[in-house]
Design a protein. Structure first.
Length: 311
């Protein structure tokens, strides 16, 4: 759980650090001295900007590769020991489009064993370039098992049927057959939480596979993918927001600055957590749900720095 907690609290921690540092400079009149010497807000905000960019880059890699690997263990633990498992581990009556002329159907898939039962694969006739006009080949198998070391699916008790232009059928029975279907085990037993335990490239490929398969309800995976990119930006945005907020002396000193900073940071995080469920269910585009909070507070930070520069 530690990497996920680090991911969640890092923007708040960075923001409070920037608030504390800037408010100390303001309360001791050092920022006032800099301003009277002609040093602009842009100049003394530059170290904060550099630090924010470095932290954002670090958290982007952390959020895109480290957190997903930890989430694999977290989700396995939850599914094994929670009384009500957060997700189903099996799937039934699954249909996936492998390519424009190939369709795979699975009667039952066991995610833990990476095995499928009652499997059928069709290769359609799309020579005309339009809609399929018929079936060229059909492959049926009682069981299909994923061989991870080879990266192939192994069919057992397979029956291959080939049809020519006149509709004549040629039948062949094979006890074991290895195939390279363009589908992975995670593509068959899809869960709303799959993208949370995938690295950034894996999550992108997963969303692409959902789009190819024509899956309609893909809000949560899309939000998760874009959150891997957008959430680290909160570190940079909150740093840039902290500098103008804390650059003025206030009654109550640093305690007031920290309280105000906490309020702003929690509003920022609350807006994010409010927008995400709307993207999950499709009330707003999933991409917008992941990016709108950061765009809004990024504009707010730019406006705050601009106002501080004019004062």
């Amino acid at each position: 759980y530690v990497p996920e907690i680090v991911r969640l609290v890092s923007p708040l921690a960075v923001f409070l650090g920037a608030i504390y540092t800037t408010s100390r400079l303001a309360q001791s009149m050092q920022l006032a001295a800099l301003r009277s010497a002609g040093v602009s807000v842009w100049r003394y905000a530059r170290p904060f900007l550099i630090a924010g960019l470095a932290i954002t880059a670090l958290l982007l890699a952390f959020n895109g590769w480290v957190v997903p690997r930890a989430n694999v263990v977290v989700h396995e633990f939850q599914n094994q020991y929670y009384r009500e498992a957060p997700e189903e581990r099996t799937g039934s009556e699954i249909v996936r489009q492998l390519s424009p002329d190939a369709i795979l159907s699975v009667g039952y898939f066991d995610r833990d064993e990476a095995s499928a039962f009652r499997v059928s694969a069709l290769r359609l006739d799309t020579a005309s370039g339009g809609s399929p006009t018929g079936v060229l080949e059909r492959l049926d198998a009682a069981e299909m098992l994923w061989i991870d070391s080879l990266g192939v699916w192994r069919l057992r008790n397979a029956i291959s049927r080939t049809f020519d232009a006149r509709g004549a059928e040629r039948l062949e029975t094979v006890a074991s057959l290895d195939t390279a279907f363009a589908v992975l085990p995670r593509d068959l037993a899809q869960s709303d939480r799959d993208a949370e335990r995938m690295t950034l490239p894996e999550a992108y490929a997963f969303v692409q596979s959902l789009e190819r398969a024509g899956v309609r309800e893909k809000g949560r995976p899309v939000v998760s993918l874009h959150s891997k990119l957008s959430y680290p930006l909160a570190n940079l945005i909150l740093v840039l927001l902290a500098v103008p907020m804390a650059s003025r002396r206030r009654r109550g000193g640093q305690a007031v600055q920290l309280a105000l900073g906490l309020a702003v940071a929690f509003i920022y995080l609350a807006v994010q957590k409010t927008m995400e469920p709307l993207g999950f269910v499709g009330d707003i585009p999933p991409e917008a749900a992941a990016w709108i909070p950061h765009v809004l507070f990024g504009l707010l930070a730019a406006l705050a720095i601009w106002n501080a520069h004019r004062v």
